[in-house]
Design a binder for this molecule. Structure first.
Ligand code: ADP
Length: 485
């Protein structure tokens, strides 16, 4: 056991810039980096997706390992993250990972039919690391979301001494639920299939397995840690989480200010800082031009970058978009997801050309340009474990409109007159899950936008706030040290 330099295996299904569908990728890049700076020996374990194998120089460190008897033997490859800092291990198993596109779904948005095996393998390999079977012998297996959720189960039933486990919940809505016939395929002990185990209403739940068997549970904001102990937000897991209350903590995500920083961002049109907000106005002008929006000096430009799903509050937003535009705002939306939502948004853009821009798909450069160019950022989520875009927005002087839930409640301070006077206000917050309250909040923001002194106060307060990983990485380190002791 080493107290000074804990050895951690950080197990994840996506990591920026190698493969990304959402916030988990950003966290999987930034948190290990921040922990390395605290002298933690942290290494990442990721499936060997083809795009990742292509992008990295690789060394084979372990060969021809039979993990499941019915599956071809795998190799374990090693490399270093493009940042040059964090070591990364990749599972080379072409039968499961050699396919282009999304880690979870095919090009039609359908889950890969063998996801149980694909992520069962990730979990099992993590557990083998935890049993000291490879050269790197971690003291803690840090699992993230359902995709590595079975690792604590394998370790719980392992005979020999093994690593401790942490399960981090980035979004409880995704649980990895499969029919019980995967139990023998994944070599799961039959006795684990019960209410006190990984069984969930007659199925196998990878996420429940991790929450039941892990030594500690974390989630990505203090408010979400409370939210998920209630039926409204837990997707059925509040009972278990309330029972494990003493082992559960909410540690707020940070942002990677090497990547999201208006003073250095290479994607944006002009770099700027608090002393040069004219640079931000230049980004707004260029963004309008790029997206075919009418030029304007007085209309606020509302941005949104999002997976297009129920969670993100699009049902609240879509019905009031015409009214928002009629009140004198413009919209720039970037996202992909639910086909019906995509179609509705496209219809609106056609109805109001020059005022609404919808870009469907995934576009890293445009995401940065919207953060820099928008005046206001929309995030009316119904639930939000942490949310990163509201923090990116504040850092870029783009004022967020958020619903008071999860990490949004923990990071955005409402622009009441008292908060504005005390220079603590950073955005506009509404409570109720309905379009009328969202519209009122947008109106409040649009009124404030016309008062440049107030507006710049809000921008500067957000831009200088510390959203870095430093404090949160220290909290993870404290947790690691408690466990190792
Ligand atoms: P979630 O993880 O629920 O999707 P977060 O706010 O935590 O939401 O993180 C979303 C991340 O994904 C952000 O970095 C955001 O910029 C990025 N993102 C989401 N959709 C797109 C898109 N269509 N194009 C580019 N980046 C996107």
């Amino acid at each position: 056991m080493s107290i000074l330099k804990p050895r951690i295996l950080f197990v994840t299904s996506e990591v920026y810039p190698l493969i990304k569908t959402g916030g988990l990728a950003d966290v999987s890049c930034a948190l290990p980096n921040a922990l390395q700076q605290l002298d933690v020996d942290i290494r990442i374990l990721l499936p060997g997706y083809p795009s990742v194998l292509k992008a990295l120089p690789l060394v084979e460190v372990h060969q021809q390992i039979t993990v499941f008897p019915h599956l071809e033997p795998i190799n374990i490859l090693a490399s270093v993250m493009p940042s040059g800092k964090t070591p990364i291990y990749l599972i080379d198993c072409p039968a499961l990972y050699q396919r282009e596109g999304n880690p979870y779904q095919d090009q039609h948005g359908k889950d890969w039919p063998d996801n149980a095996l694909r992520f069962g393998l990730l979990s099992k390999v993590a557990a083998l690391f935890g049993q000291g079977q490879f050269l790197f012998k971690p003291e803690i297996i840090h699992c993230n979301d359902w995709q590595s959720g079975l690792a604590p189960t394998y370790l719980h039933y392992a005979k020999q001494p093994h690593a401790h486990t942490i399960a981090s919940i980035h979004n409880i809505a995704y649980q990895g639920i499969f029919t019980p016939d995967i139990m023998p395929l994944l070599q799961l002990p039959p006795e684990s299939f019960g209410i006190h185990g990984l069984e969930y209403y007659g199925s196998v739940s990878f996420l429940k397995a991790s929450l039941f068997y892990a030594d500690r549970i974390t989630t990505v904001s203090p408010t979400y840690a409370k939210d998920i102990q209630t039926p409204a937000y837990s997707y059925g897991l509040h009972g278990l989480l309330a029972e494990r209350y003493h082992d559960l903590s909410g540690i707020l995500n940070g942002i990677d200010t090497d990547i999201w920083n208006p003073t250095t961002d290479k994607y944006i049109f002009t770099q700027y800082d608090t002393n040069n907000l004219a640079g931000k106005a230049e980004n707004t002008k260029q963004l309008r031009q790029k997206l075919g929006l009418e030029p304007s000096h007085y209309k606020p430009l509302l941005g949104m970058i999002s997976r297009l799903t129920y969670q993100k509050g699009l049902d609240l937003l879509i019905p009031i978009i015409p009214e928002i535009v009629n009140k004198g705002a413009q919209l720039a939306i970037l996202g992909s997801g639910d086909k019906e939502l995509e179609t509705e948004l496209q219809k609106l853009a056609k109805m109001m050309p020059g005022q609404i821009s919808i870009t469907l798909g995934y576009d890293e450069a445009l995401a940065h340009q919207i953060e820099a160019g928008a005046d206001i950022f929309l995030m009316p989520s119904l639930f939000e474990p942490c949310g990163l875009n509201q923090m990116y927005s504040m850092h870029y002087g783009t004022i967020p409109i958020v619903r008071r839930t999860g990490g949004l409640a923990d990071t955005v301070t409402d622009a009441t007159s008292e908060n504005i006077n005390q220079q603590t206000a950073t955005g506009f917050v509404f409570e109720q899950e309905d379009s009328r309250h969202l519209l009122q909040c947008v109106e409040r923001a649009m009124t404030a936008f016309r008062d440049k002194t107030t507006w710049q106060k809000l921008q500067r307060t957000g831009m200088i706030k510390d959203f870095s990983w430093r404090g949160s990485a220290q909290q993870y380190l404290d947790l690691y040290q408690q466990l190792i002791k």
